[in-house]
Design a protein around this ligand. Structure first.
Ligand SMILES: [Zn+2]
Length: 62
C-alpha cells in the first residue's frame, strides 16, 4: 500500500518501509526541493523499481 508507506515516510524519512509492490526490499527515500516551502519526497524500490512520490510542506511538522 503506497498510502501507508507514504504516510510513514512523510513523518519519518528514515523509516524502514518495505516496498508495497514486491514486498521484498526496503524503499529508498530522497527529497527534492519543490518551490519555496515544499519538498517532494521520492520513494523508490531498489529491487523492482516501483516508484512513488509525495508533496509536502517542509514547514509543517506532520
Ligand atoms: Zn519492490
Amino acid at each position: 500500500m503506497w498510502i501507508k508507506a507514504g504516510s510513514l515516510l512523510a513523518v519519518d524519512p528514515e523509516a524502514i518501509v518495505k516496498c508495497p509492490e514486491c514486498g521484498e526490499a526496503d524503499l529508498e527515500v530522497f527529497d527534492t526541493k519543490a518551490g519555496e516551502d515544499h519538498i517532494e519526497r521520492h520513494m523508490r524500490c531498489p529491487k523492482c523499481g516501483a516508484y512513488n512520490a509525495l508533496y509536502k510542506n517542509k514547514n509543517i511538522a506532520e
